[in-house]
Write a protein of this length. Structure first.
Length: 177
């Protein structure tokens, strides 16, 4: 795994376990003298591990991470991602996830978003606790609010495989047990 000339993972799905992610370029850095905040990146992966375990505990296995964490950026703000689920089970899923989460952070209700100092975007409770945002992805569910270069709505599976500003294709990491 290496970054391309645009500082992105080349297009494709990179399959990693949590221990593999901790030992990967994404945490350890490119090793070419580029400044790299390995300590912060490791902290983010340790936070991700807690959320991924909660998803695994309720039977979710298709989990993907993206955002600036999987780019050649020394200090990403957070980790973004999504997981695949059945939209008909979303209410049940939220209830089950929050049973195992003492702070009940599993929600995507926009009314639950709160400001964070220095940020213009209000953040979800999961972000405030873990600095991670994982969204449910389902083919026949609501749109993501992310548009392609032509203004068409994208599902997470497409939106997370390209940059938001230049629409360059990029890789994504799939987390496996």
């Amino acid at each position: 795994m290496e970054f391309n000339e645009f500082g992105l993972l080349p297009p494709g799905d990179y399959i990693l376990t949590i221990p593999g992610l901790k030992e990967s370029l994404l945490v350890k850095g490119p090793g070419n003298g580029t400044p790299w905040d390995s300590k912060w990146r490791l902290y983010l992966v340790e936070q991700l591990e807690k959320m991924v375990q909660q998803l695994w505990n309720v039977g979710i296995t298709e989990i993907y991470i993206d955002g600036s964490f999987v780019e050649n950026k020394a200090h990403p703000n957070d980790i973004d991602g999504y997981f695949e689920c059945d939209v008909r089970d979303l209410e049940t899923l939220i209830r089950e996830l929050n049973i195992g989460e003492p702070d009940k952070i599993w929600t995507w209700d926009s009314r639950s978003r709160r400001p964070y100092r220095g940020y213009t975007k209000k953040q979800l409770p999961m972000w405030h606790k873990y600095r991670i945002e994982l969204y449910p992805h389902y083919i026949f569910g609501p749109e993501t609010g992310i548009l392609d270069q032509h203004g068409n709505p994208l599902l997470f599976s497409s939106a997370f495989r390209q940059t938001r500003d230049t629409f360059k294709p990029k890789g994504i990491v799939k987390i496996v047990k």
